[in-house]
Design a protein around this ligand. Sequence first.
Ligand SMILES: NC(=O)c1ccc[n+]([C@@H]2O[C@H](COP(=O)([O-])OP(=O)(O)OC[C@H]3O[C@@H](n4cnc5c(N)ncnc54)[C@H](OP(=O)(O)O)[C@@H]3O)[C@@H](O)[C@H]2O)c1
Length: 334
Amino acid sequence: MPKAMRIYETGPPEVLKWEEIDLPAPGAGEVRLAQRAAGLNYADINLRRGGFYLYRPPALPTILGNEAAGVVEALGPGVSRVKVGNRVAYVSPSGMYGDEAPGGYAEARNIPADRLVVLPDGVSERQAAALMAKGLTASAILHRLCRIQSGDVVLVHAAAGGMGTILTQWVKYLGAEVIGTVGNAEKAKIARANGCDHTILYRETDFVAAAREIVPEGVAAVFDGVGKDTFMASLDCMRPYATLVSFGNASGPAPPLDIRMLSQKGSLIVTRPGLTNYLADRANYERAAAELFDLVKQGVIRFDPANAYALKDAVQAHRDLESRKTTGSVVLLP
Ligand SMILES: NC(=O)c1ccc[n+]([C@@H]2O[C@H](COP(=O)([O-])OP(=O)(O)OC[C@H]3O[C@@H](n4cnc5c(N)ncnc54)[C@H](OP(=O)(O)O)[C@@H]3O)[C@@H](O)[C@H]2O)c1
Protein backbone atom coordinates (compact mmCIF):
# COMPACT_ATOMS: atom_id res chain seq x y z
CA MET A 1 0.00 0.00 0.00
CA PRO A 2 1.31 3.52 -0.75
CA LYS A 3 2.16 5.88 2.09
CA ALA A 4 1.12 9.50 2.53
CA MET A 5 1.42 12.39 4.95
CA ARG A 6 -2.10 12.80 6.28
CA ILE A 7 -3.59 15.23 8.83
CA TYR A 8 -6.55 14.36 11.05
CA GLU A 9 -6.64 17.73 12.81
CA THR A 10 -5.22 21.19 12.26
CA GLY A 11 -2.26 22.34 14.35
CA PRO A 12 1.55 22.35 14.51
CA PRO A 13 3.75 20.38 12.06
CA GLU A 14 3.43 17.27 14.23
CA VAL A 15 -0.19 16.78 13.09
CA LEU A 16 1.32 15.41 9.84
CA LYS A 17 1.23 11.60 10.04
CA TRP A 18 3.18 9.28 7.70
CA GLU A 19 0.95 6.27 7.12
CA GLU A 20 -0.37 3.77 4.61
CA ILE A 21 -3.41 4.77 2.57
CA ASP A 22 -6.03 2.75 0.74
CA LEU A 23 -5.90 3.40 -2.98
CA PRO A 24 -8.74 1.85 -5.01
CA ALA A 25 -8.48 1.30 -8.77
CA PRO A 26 -8.91 4.63 -10.62
CA GLY A 27 -12.54 5.50 -11.33
CA ALA A 28 -14.07 6.80 -14.57
CA GLY A 29 -11.99 9.65 -15.96
CA GLU A 30 -9.23 9.12 -13.38
CA VAL A 31 -5.67 7.86 -13.51
CA ARG A 32 -3.46 6.34 -10.85
CA LEU A 33 -0.31 8.37 -10.49
CA ALA A 34 3.00 7.25 -8.95
CA GLN A 35 4.13 10.59 -7.53
CA ARG A 36 7.81 11.44 -7.86
CA ALA A 37 7.87 14.91 -6.25
CA ALA A 38 5.52 17.32 -4.48
CA GLY A 39 6.03 21.06 -4.02
CA LEU A 40 6.17 22.46 -0.48
CA ASN A 41 3.95 25.56 -0.25
CA TYR A 42 3.09 28.12 2.35
CA ALA A 43 -0.53 27.27 1.49
CA ASP A 44 0.12 23.79 2.97
CA ILE A 45 1.04 25.49 6.24
CA ASN A 46 -2.08 27.66 6.12
CA LEU A 47 -4.26 24.57 5.64
CA ARG A 48 -2.37 22.56 8.29
CA ARG A 49 -2.64 25.36 10.88
CA GLY A 50 -6.35 25.87 10.22
CA GLY A 51 -8.43 29.05 10.50
CA PHE A 52 -6.85 30.72 7.46
CA TYR A 53 -9.22 30.23 4.54
CA LEU A 54 -12.32 32.37 4.03
CA TYR A 55 -14.01 29.45 2.27
CA ARG A 56 -14.51 26.01 3.82
CA PRO A 57 -11.21 24.09 3.57
CA PRO A 58 -11.18 20.37 2.64
CA ALA A 59 -12.75 18.05 5.23
CA LEU A 60 -10.40 16.18 7.57
CA PRO A 61 -8.63 13.85 7.39
CA THR A 62 -6.88 15.16 4.32
CA ILE A 63 -3.59 14.95 2.45
CA LEU A 64 -1.82 18.25 1.83
CA GLY A 65 0.12 19.20 -1.29
CA ASN A 66 -0.97 21.71 -3.94
CA GLU A 67 1.47 20.80 -6.69
CA ALA A 68 3.08 17.52 -7.70
CA ALA A 69 4.38 15.46 -10.58
CA GLY A 70 4.72 11.77 -11.36
CA VAL A 71 4.16 8.94 -13.79
CA VAL A 72 0.80 7.56 -14.94
CA GLU A 73 0.54 3.94 -13.72
CA ALA A 74 -3.03 2.96 -14.62
CA LEU A 75 -6.04 4.42 -16.44
CA GLY A 76 -9.65 4.37 -15.29
CA PRO A 77 -12.49 3.93 -17.81
CA GLY A 78 -12.82 6.64 -20.47
CA VAL A 79 -9.39 8.24 -20.13
CA SER A 80 -7.80 9.32 -23.41
CA ARG A 81 -5.92 12.50 -22.46
CA VAL A 82 -2.88 10.61 -21.08
CA LYS A 83 -1.26 7.17 -21.46
CA VAL A 84 0.35 4.78 -19.00
CA GLY A 85 4.00 5.84 -18.64
CA ASN A 86 3.38 9.54 -19.35
CA ARG A 87 5.22 11.91 -17.02
CA VAL A 88 2.67 14.44 -15.81
CA ALA A 89 2.15 17.28 -13.34
CA TYR A 90 -0.77 19.10 -11.77
CA VAL A 91 -1.78 21.91 -9.47
CA SER A 92 -4.45 21.32 -6.84
CA PRO A 93 -5.15 24.49 -4.87
CA SER A 94 -6.51 23.88 -1.36
CA GLY A 95 -10.27 24.04 -1.41
CA MET A 96 -10.62 24.41 -5.20
CA TYR A 97 -12.08 20.92 -5.48
CA GLY A 98 -14.33 21.00 -2.42
CA ASP A 99 -13.59 18.28 0.10
CA GLU A 100 -11.17 16.47 -2.19
CA ALA A 101 -7.67 16.37 -0.68
CA PRO A 102 -5.07 18.54 -2.44
CA GLY A 103 -3.15 15.24 -2.39
CA GLY A 104 0.45 15.98 -3.36
CA TYR A 105 2.01 14.53 -0.16
CA ALA A 106 1.52 10.89 -1.17
CA GLU A 107 3.54 8.18 -2.90
CA ALA A 108 0.55 7.48 -5.17
CA ARG A 109 -2.94 8.85 -5.76
CA ASN A 110 -5.89 8.80 -8.14
CA ILE A 111 -6.66 12.06 -9.93
CA PRO A 112 -8.98 13.14 -12.77
CA ALA A 113 -6.97 13.02 -16.01
CA ASP A 114 -8.23 16.44 -17.08
CA ARG A 115 -6.22 18.09 -14.26
CA LEU A 116 -2.94 16.80 -15.68
CA VAL A 117 -0.46 18.30 -18.10
CA VAL A 118 2.11 16.07 -19.81
CA LEU A 119 5.73 17.04 -19.15
CA PRO A 120 7.92 17.72 -22.15
CA ASP A 121 11.40 16.20 -22.45
CA GLY A 122 13.87 18.41 -20.64
CA VAL A 123 11.61 19.16 -17.66
CA SER A 124 11.98 16.78 -14.70
CA GLU A 125 9.24 15.80 -12.27
CA ARG A 126 11.15 17.65 -9.54
CA GLN A 127 11.24 20.85 -11.57
CA ALA A 128 7.55 20.54 -12.42
CA ALA A 129 6.59 19.92 -8.79
CA ALA A 130 8.57 22.99 -7.75
CA LEU A 131 6.78 25.04 -10.35
CA MET A 132 3.12 24.22 -10.87
CA ALA A 133 1.30 26.22 -8.16
CA LYS A 134 3.98 28.88 -7.68
CA GLY A 135 4.82 29.25 -11.37
CA LEU A 136 1.17 29.44 -12.43
CA THR A 137 0.59 32.08 -9.75
CA ALA A 138 3.55 34.04 -11.15
CA SER A 139 2.07 33.56 -14.62
CA ALA A 140 -1.31 34.94 -13.51
CA ILE A 141 0.46 37.91 -11.91
CA LEU A 142 2.61 38.72 -14.93
CA HIS A 143 0.02 38.02 -17.65
CA ARG A 144 -3.22 39.15 -16.06
CA LEU A 145 -2.54 41.53 -13.19
CA CYS A 146 0.58 43.55 -13.83
CA ARG A 147 2.33 44.05 -17.17
CA ILE A 148 6.03 44.61 -16.51
CA GLN A 149 7.93 46.68 -19.10
CA SER A 150 11.61 46.55 -19.81
CA GLY A 151 13.29 49.17 -17.61
CA ASP A 152 10.67 49.05 -14.83
CA VAL A 153 11.91 48.65 -11.26
CA VAL A 154 10.03 45.98 -9.27
CA LEU A 155 10.20 45.28 -5.53
CA VAL A 156 9.91 41.55 -4.71
CA HIS A 157 9.43 40.69 -1.03
CA ALA A 158 10.98 37.47 0.36
CA ALA A 159 12.99 37.34 -2.86
CA ALA A 160 14.97 34.23 -1.86
CA GLY A 161 11.80 32.18 -1.17
CA GLY A 162 9.83 29.93 -3.52
CA MET A 163 7.59 32.54 -5.16
CA GLY A 164 10.31 35.18 -4.81
CA THR A 165 12.85 33.11 -6.75
CA ILE A 166 10.47 32.41 -9.65
CA LEU A 167 9.22 36.01 -9.81
CA THR A 168 12.74 37.48 -9.66
CA GLN A 169 14.04 35.27 -12.46
CA TRP A 170 11.00 35.91 -14.66
CA VAL A 171 10.90 39.68 -14.06
CA LYS A 172 14.61 39.92 -14.92
CA TYR A 173 13.91 38.00 -18.12
CA LEU A 174 11.30 40.66 -18.98
CA GLY A 175 14.04 43.27 -18.78
CA ALA A 176 13.10 44.92 -15.49
CA GLU A 177 15.30 45.75 -12.51
CA VAL A 178 14.57 43.87 -9.26
CA ILE A 179 14.93 45.03 -5.67
CA GLY A 180 14.51 42.03 -3.38
CA THR A 181 13.84 42.08 0.35
CA VAL A 182 15.37 39.17 2.27
CA GLY A 183 15.57 37.95 5.85
CA ASN A 184 19.36 37.58 6.15
CA ALA A 185 22.71 37.97 4.40
CA GLU A 186 22.80 34.36 3.17
CA LYS A 187 19.41 34.87 1.50
CA ALA A 188 20.71 38.12 -0.01
CA LYS A 189 23.44 36.10 -1.77
CA ILE A 190 20.86 33.64 -3.09
CA ALA A 191 18.57 36.44 -4.27
CA ARG A 192 21.46 38.12 -6.11
CA ALA A 193 22.42 34.82 -7.73
CA ASN A 194 18.82 34.64 -8.97
CA GLY A 195 19.20 38.05 -10.59
CA CYS A 196 18.21 40.60 -7.94
CA ASP A 197 19.97 43.88 -8.72
CA HIS A 198 19.62 45.15 -5.15
CA THR A 199 18.80 43.40 -1.89
CA ILE A 200 17.44 44.89 1.33
CA LEU A 201 17.72 43.13 4.70
CA TYR A 202 14.21 44.14 5.72
CA ARG A 203 14.40 42.70 9.23
CA GLU A 204 17.04 45.29 10.14
CA THR A 205 16.57 48.08 7.59
CA ASP A 206 13.57 50.28 6.75
CA PHE A 207 12.79 48.85 3.31
CA VAL A 208 10.77 51.92 2.23
CA ALA A 209 13.70 54.28 2.78
CA ALA A 210 16.13 51.81 1.21
CA ALA A 211 13.93 51.32 -1.88
CA ARG A 212 13.40 55.11 -2.24
CA GLU A 213 17.16 55.56 -2.10
CA ILE A 214 17.56 53.17 -5.05
CA VAL A 215 14.60 54.54 -7.01
CA PRO A 216 13.48 57.94 -5.67
CA GLU A 217 10.42 58.15 -7.95
CA GLY A 218 9.12 54.83 -6.59
CA VAL A 219 8.85 51.31 -8.00
CA ALA A 220 6.49 50.28 -10.82
CA ALA A 221 5.24 47.23 -8.90
CA VAL A 222 5.52 45.42 -5.59
CA PHE A 223 5.09 41.64 -5.40
CA ASP A 224 4.23 40.83 -1.80
CA GLY A 225 3.81 37.32 -0.41
CA VAL A 226 4.69 38.42 3.13
CA GLY A 227 1.42 40.24 3.92
CA LYS A 228 0.95 41.69 7.40
CA ASP A 229 4.51 42.97 7.95
CA THR A 230 5.03 44.54 4.51
CA PHE A 231 1.67 45.37 2.93
CA MET A 232 0.99 48.90 4.22
CA ALA A 233 4.59 50.11 4.03
CA SER A 234 4.84 48.80 0.47
CA LEU A 235 2.31 51.45 -0.59
CA ASP A 236 4.94 54.06 0.35
CA CYS A 237 7.63 52.95 -2.07
CA MET A 238 5.50 52.97 -5.23
CA ARG A 239 5.45 55.45 -8.08
CA PRO A 240 2.07 56.91 -9.20
CA TYR A 241 -0.17 54.34 -10.95
CA ALA A 242 2.03 51.47 -9.72
CA THR A 243 0.57 48.04 -8.84
CA LEU A 244 0.85 46.17 -5.55
CA VAL A 245 0.18 42.46 -6.03
CA SER A 246 -0.55 40.99 -2.60
CA PHE A 247 -0.38 37.24 -3.21
CA GLY A 248 0.37 35.81 0.22
CA ASN A 249 0.54 36.06 3.98
CA ALA A 250 3.73 34.46 5.29
CA SER A 251 3.72 36.92 8.23
CA GLY A 252 -0.09 36.91 8.59
CA PRO A 253 -2.95 38.35 6.53
CA ALA A 254 -2.56 41.88 5.17
CA PRO A 255 -4.62 44.40 7.20
CA PRO A 256 -7.85 45.89 5.82
CA LEU A 257 -7.24 48.74 3.38
CA ASP A 258 -9.16 52.02 3.26
CA ILE A 259 -9.45 52.39 -0.51
CA ARG A 260 -9.30 56.21 -0.23
CA MET A 261 -5.63 55.82 0.64
CA LEU A 262 -4.87 54.66 -2.90
CA SER A 263 -5.65 58.06 -4.46
CA GLN A 264 -3.64 59.84 -1.78
CA LYS A 265 -0.58 57.65 -2.36
CA GLY A 266 -0.57 58.07 -6.16
CA SER A 267 -3.63 56.44 -7.80
CA LEU A 268 -2.23 53.02 -6.93
CA ILE A 269 -3.63 49.64 -7.95
CA VAL A 270 -3.87 46.83 -5.39
CA THR A 271 -4.75 43.31 -6.46
CA ARG A 272 -4.83 39.77 -5.08
CA PRO A 273 -4.47 36.72 -7.35
CA GLY A 274 -5.96 33.28 -6.83
CA LEU A 275 -5.57 30.36 -9.22
CA THR A 276 -9.21 29.29 -9.51
CA ASN A 277 -10.12 31.48 -12.50
CA TYR A 278 -6.76 30.99 -14.16
CA LEU A 279 -7.08 27.20 -14.10
CA ALA A 280 -10.78 26.99 -14.91
CA ASP A 281 -10.06 27.58 -18.59
CA ARG A 282 -8.25 24.40 -19.76
CA ALA A 283 -6.76 26.13 -22.83
CA ASN A 284 -5.29 28.84 -20.60
CA TYR A 285 -3.98 26.23 -18.14
CA GLU A 286 -2.19 24.37 -20.95
CA ARG A 287 -0.80 27.57 -22.49
CA ALA A 288 0.48 28.82 -19.14
CA ALA A 289 2.02 25.46 -18.16
CA ALA A 290 3.68 25.13 -21.59
CA GLU A 291 5.19 28.61 -21.20
CA LEU A 292 6.54 27.71 -17.75
CA PHE A 293 8.11 24.49 -19.05
CA ASP A 294 9.66 26.47 -21.87
CA LEU A 295 11.12 28.99 -19.41
CA VAL A 296 12.63 26.07 -17.45
CA LYS A 297 14.10 24.54 -20.62
CA GLN A 298 15.60 27.89 -21.62
CA GLY A 299 17.19 28.19 -18.16
CA VAL A 300 15.21 31.34 -17.32
CA ILE A 301 13.55 29.68 -14.30
CA ARG A 302 16.12 27.64 -12.39
CA PHE A 303 15.86 25.53 -9.23
CA ASP A 304 18.50 24.51 -6.73
CA PRO A 305 18.37 20.69 -6.50
CA ALA A 306 19.53 20.98 -2.86
CA ASN A 307 16.09 22.34 -1.90
CA ALA A 308 14.55 18.93 -1.22
CA TYR A 309 13.37 16.77 1.70
CA ALA A 310 12.16 13.18 1.82
CA LEU A 311 8.35 13.23 1.92
CA LYS A 312 8.47 11.28 5.20
CA ASP A 313 10.37 14.27 6.64
CA ALA A 314 7.58 16.73 5.80
CA VAL A 315 7.23 17.63 9.50
CA GLN A 316 10.78 19.03 9.47
CA ALA A 317 10.18 20.72 6.10
CA HIS A 318 7.12 22.49 7.56
CA ARG A 319 9.11 23.57 10.64
CA ASP A 320 11.85 24.95 8.41
CA LEU A 321 9.49 26.79 6.02
CA GLU A 322 7.57 28.47 8.81
CA SER A 323 10.73 29.44 10.70
CA ARG A 324 12.16 31.07 7.52
CA LYS A 325 14.98 28.54 7.15
CA THR A 326 14.19 27.31 3.64
CA THR A 327 15.20 29.04 0.43
CA GLY A 328 13.93 28.66 -3.11
CA SER A 329 11.15 26.36 -4.19
CA VAL A 330 11.33 23.24 -1.99
CA VAL A 331 10.20 19.78 -3.07
CA LEU A 332 9.28 16.68 -1.05
CA LEU A 333 10.43 13.39 -2.53
CA PRO A 334 8.39 10.20 -1.92
N1 LIG B 1 -2.23 33.44 -4.21
C1 LIG B 1 -1.74 32.29 -4.63
O1 LIG B 1 -2.33 31.64 -5.45
C2 LIG B 1 -0.43 31.80 -4.06
C3 LIG B 1 0.28 30.78 -4.69
C4 LIG B 1 1.54 30.40 -4.17
C5 LIG B 1 2.03 31.00 -3.01
N2 LIG B 1 1.26 31.96 -2.40
C6 LIG B 1 1.74 32.63 -1.19
O2 LIG B 1 3.01 33.18 -1.44
C7 LIG B 1 3.74 33.26 -0.23
C8 LIG B 1 5.11 32.62 -0.43
O3 LIG B 1 4.91 31.23 -0.58
P1 LIG B 1 6.13 30.24 -0.75
O4 LIG B 1 5.54 28.87 -0.65
O5 LIG B 1 6.92 30.60 -1.94
O6 LIG B 1 6.97 30.53 0.59
P2 LIG B 1 8.45 31.12 0.74
O7 LIG B 1 8.48 32.49 0.16
O8 LIG B 1 9.44 30.13 0.26
O9 LIG B 1 8.57 31.22 2.31
C9 LIG B 1 8.03 32.28 2.99
C10 LIG B 1 9.08 33.40 3.20
O10 LIG B 1 8.38 34.55 3.69
C11 LIG B 1 9.27 35.30 4.47
N3 LIG B 1 8.61 35.68 5.73
C12 LIG B 1 8.45 36.96 6.16
N4 LIG B 1 7.85 36.99 7.35
C13 LIG B 1 7.65 35.71 7.71
C14 LIG B 1 7.08 35.11 8.86
N5 LIG B 1 6.61 35.83 9.89
N6 LIG B 1 7.03 33.76 8.93
C15 LIG B 1 7.49 33.02 7.91
N7 LIG B 1 8.05 33.52 6.78
C16 LIG B 1 8.13 34.87 6.69
C17 LIG B 1 10.53 34.44 4.74
O11 LIG B 1 11.58 34.95 3.91
P3 LIG B 1 12.63 35.99 4.55
O12 LIG B 1 13.34 35.25 5.64
O13 LIG B 1 13.52 36.33 3.40
O14 LIG B 1 11.83 37.13 5.07
C18 LIG B 1 10.11 33.06 4.27
O15 LIG B 1 11.19 32.31 3.79
C19 LIG B 1 2.90 32.56 0.84
O16 LIG B 1 2.19 33.50 1.59
C20 LIG B 1 1.94 31.72 0.00
O17 LIG B 1 0.74 31.44 0.68
C21 LIG B 1 0.07 32.37 -2.91
